[in-house]
Design a protein around this ligand. Structure first.
Ligand code: ATP
Ligand code: MG
Length: 410
C-alpha cells in the first residue's frame, strides 16, 4: 500500500551551532525552501521545536517535495511523515489509564504498523526510536518506543535491534502533533545558499570544476560562472554542455544562475610569437585568472573558485599555482586541492553531474601546448605579460563576454 502523507519533516544541523547568526541563517534557509517549492501545493512552512515542518495541501506531492528539499543546503535530513493530533494521542492515554490499563497508543501504533509494512523491503530487524520535543506527554521516550515497538513486531514478526537496524520507525512528539515516519532521507547539510556571499567560478567542461562549484555552494556561496571558449562568437562556443552543467548545479540554487561566456581569441592573437610553448599553458591560465578576477570585481564577487587539485596535471604543481596570478588579491578557493580523482568522481556522480561532464567537449585548455613548464617563475610570467599586453587581452575578452541566465526568465 502506498502511504501518502500531508507533512514533510526536516532537520538542520550546522545552523544550530552558529550562535548569534542562527536566526538569520534560519530565515534564509526557510526562504530558500519556499523558493524551491514555488508551484508545489505547500500550505505552510513552519519552524517547530528545532525542526522544519512543511504542510502540504496535496499528499500526493510528498515524495516529490521531499526530493526537492533534499537539495536544499543547510538541511540534514528530510522525510515525509504522518501527523497525528496530540489531543487524540493524549486522550487515548488518559482513557487507558482511567480504565486501569497500560496505555496502548493504538493510533500511533496503527500508523507505525502501516508505515513499517509499506517500507519493510527485505529488512531483517527494526527499531522504534522516539524523541519527545514536548515532554508534557504522559509517557517517557523508552515507554513509547516499547509500546509502538510491540505493535510493529506484531505486524512484521521481525526482531528488534538497537544497533544499526535495517528499518527505523521514528516517533517524534511535538506540542500539537505526534509524527511517525520511516525513511530519513539524508540531505547534504552545509549552509543555506546565499549566506556566504558571491563568488566567480572558473567553469570548464570537465569533471572537476563543476564539483568545486557545488562544494562551495554547499558552504553557502552564491556562484556566478565564467567559461572560456575558443572561437570567435558565443554561438561558436558549443556551450550547451556548459549550460547543462550550470543547469544541474542550478537545482541546488534557489535563484537562477549567471554564466559568462568569454572568448580567448584576444589571448591567442597576442600570445603568438611571444609566448614559448613551455609557458603557453601557465600564461593562458594567468589570462583566465585575470579576466575572471576583473569580472568578479564588477559582479561583486568576493572570491574565485577553481577545480584545481594539487599535482593532478602539469599546470597544477604548487609552483605553478603560486606563480600564475600573484597579483590577484581575491581569495582563490580550491575545494578539491587535496582530493584525488576517485573522490572527485564520486562527488560528481552523487551530485548528478558525471554523465554530463564526460560528454565529449573540446576545452580550450586541451588545445594548449602539451608540455607545460612545471616550475613557472613569477617574474617570467610578469615579463611575458608586459610583452604580450595581457591587460589589453583581458579588456578585449571582457568586452566580448556574453551573459546567459539559467534557467531563463519566463
Ligand atoms: P576540470 O576537470 O575542471 O576541467 P582539469 O582537471 O581538466 O579541471 P585544468 O584543465 O588544468 O584541470 O583546469 C584547472 C581549472 O582551471 C579548472 O578546474 C577550472 O576551474 C579552470 N578552467 C580550465 N579550463 C577552463 C575554461 N575553459 N573556462 C573556465 N575555467 C577553466
Ligand atoms: Mg579540464
Amino acid at each position: 500500500m502506498a502511504l501518502t502523507t500531508p507533512v514533510i519533516v526536516a532537520t538542520y544541523a550546522e545552523i544550530a551551532l552558529k550562535g548569534r547568526n542562527r536566526q538569520m541563517f534560519l530565515r534564509r534557509l526557510m526562504n530558500n525552501m519556499r523558493h524551491a517549492l514555488v508551484g508545489e501545493p505547500v500550505a505552510d512552512i513552519l519552524h517547530v521545536e528545532s525542526r522544519i515542518i512543511v504542510r502540504l495541501d496535496d499528499p500526493e506531492a510528498a515524495p516529490r517535495v521531499a526530493e526537492t528539499l533534499r537539495r536544499i543546503f543547510g538541511l540534514q535530513w528530510v522525510s515525509p511523515a504522518v501527523p497525528i493530533p496530540r489531543a487524540e494521542v493524549d486522550a487515548e492515554i488518559t482513557a487507558d489509564q482511567a480504565a486501569g490499563r497500560e496505555p496502548r497508543l493504538l493510533t500511533v501504533g496503527k500508523v507505525a504498523r502501516e508505515l513499517a509494512a509499506a517500507d519493510r523491503g527485505d529488512a531483517a530487524h527494526f527499531k522504534v526510536e522516539t524523541r519527545r520535543s514536548d515532554r508534557s506527554i504522559a509517557l517517557t521516550s523508552p515507554e513509547i518506543s516499547s509500546i509502538v515497538g510491540g505493535e510493529v513486531w506484531d505486524e512484521l514478526q521481525l526482531p528488534a535491534r538497537m544497533h544499526h537496524p535495517d528499518l527505523m520507525v521514528n516517533v517524534l512528539v511535538l506540542k500539537d502533533d505526534v509524527l511517525v515516519f520511516t525513511a530519513k532521507g539524508t540531505a547534504f547539510g552545509g549552509l543555506p545558499a546565499g549566506v556566504s556571499g558571491r563568488v566567480m567560478v572558473l567553469l570548464s567542461g570537465g569533471i572537476d570544476s563543476p564539483v568545486a562549484a557545488w562544494l562551495m555552494m554547499r558552504r553557502g556561496v552564491r556562484p556566478e560562472f565564467i567559461h572560456f571558449y575558443s572561437g570567435r562568437s558565443a554561438e561558436e562556443a558549443e556551450a550547451e554542455k556548459i549550460e547543462q552543467l550550470v543547469k544541474i548545479l542550478g537545482r541546488y540554487s534557489p535563484v537562477p544562475l549567471n554564466l559568462w561566456l568569454v572568448p580567448v581569441v584576444s589571448y591567442e592573437s597576442r600570445a603568438i610569437g611571444v609566448i614559448t610553448d613551455a609557458y603557453d599553458m601557465v600564461m593562458f591560465r594567468r589570462f583566465m585568472f585575470l579576466t575572471a578576477a576583473r569580472l568578479a570585481y564588477k559582479r561583486n564577487c568576493r572570491g574565485l573558485v577553481t577545480g584545481d587539485s594539487l599535482g593532478q596535471v602539469a599546470s597544477q604543481t604548487l609552483a605553478n599555482l603560486a606563480a600564475v596570478a600573484p597579483d590577484v588579491t581575491l581569495p582563490v578557493l580550491r575545494p578539491l586541492v587535496g582530493m584525488d580523482k576517485m573522490e572527485i568522481t564520486a562527488w560528481s556522480r552523487k551530485v548528478g553531474l558525471f554523465e554530463t561532464s564526460v560528454l565529449p567537449y573540446r576545452d580550450c585548455c586541451s588545445i594548449r601546448s602539451p608540455k607545460p613548464i612545471l616550475k613557472a617563475r613569477p617574474q617570467d610570467l610578469l615579463r611575458y605579460s608586459e610583452q604580450m599586453q595581457m591587460d589589453d587581452a583581458v579588456y578585449e575578452a571582457l568586452r566580448a563576454a556574453v551573459r546567459i541566465t539559467i534557467p531563463e526568465a519566463g
